[in-house]
Design a protein. Structure first.
Length: 179
């Protein structure tokens, strides 16, 4: 059963959020007629930018043991997930409709086996006019999906959770880190 999104009436308690919540500003991805559009970033400065995202794949003890012992029936699940994460970052504008194609200069994907699953940490870097948050998030999600594909014979209940940006640098907003 899923958790409720918020209290009845649709109001949410935002006091636990790390950033102030206020009325939305202009919606940058809508044109004056309200249609979706890709934002024009041609006037923005090219700056070095990075984003780090994380996520987890929760696994059974049997699946964790198979990863640790290298006995996953399909082969090296962690290597496949790492390569899938990097590939996912590179293919982000093909998957996210309004995401700008940018030149990625580096993508690192680290997978750590823990007692209850695998943590995936990805950092994407560029020198471009827009950030790489979506590339880092997509990389984590695709890496997690690839891991599930590799381990599903051992653990059909594997679950992806906690995919989020943890840090970003560069651009007009500078450095941001999840508190």
């Amino acid at each position: 059963m899923s958790e409720p999104v918020g209290p009845p009436g649709g109001e949410r308690d935002n006091t636990a959020m790390s950033e102030p919540v206020g009325p939305p500003g202009p919606l940058t991805h809508l044109d004056p007629a309200g249609r979706a559009r890709m934002v024009d970033v041609s006037g923005k400065a090219v700056t070095a930018r990075s984003a780090t995202a994380t996520g987890r794949v929760l696994l059974s003890a049997e699946a964790v043991a198979a990863l640790r012992s290298g006995t996953v029936p399909k082969g090296d699940a962690l290597a496949v997930a790492r390569i899938a994460a990097i590939t996912g970052a590179k293919r982000t504008p093909d998957l996210i409709p309004l995401c700008h194609p940018i030149g990625l200069h580096a993508v690192s994907a680290d997978l750590t086996v823990t007692d209850d699953g695998v943590t995936i940490d990805v950092t994407a870097r560029t020198a471009d006019r827009t950030g790489v948050e979506m590339e880092a998030l997509t990389a984590v999600a695709v890496g997690a999906l690839a891991l599930i594909d590799m381990i599903k014979a051992v653990d059909p209940a594997a679950t992806i959770t906690g995919v989020m940006v943890t840090e970003k640098t560069g651009g007009k907003s500078g450095h941001w880190s999840r508190g």
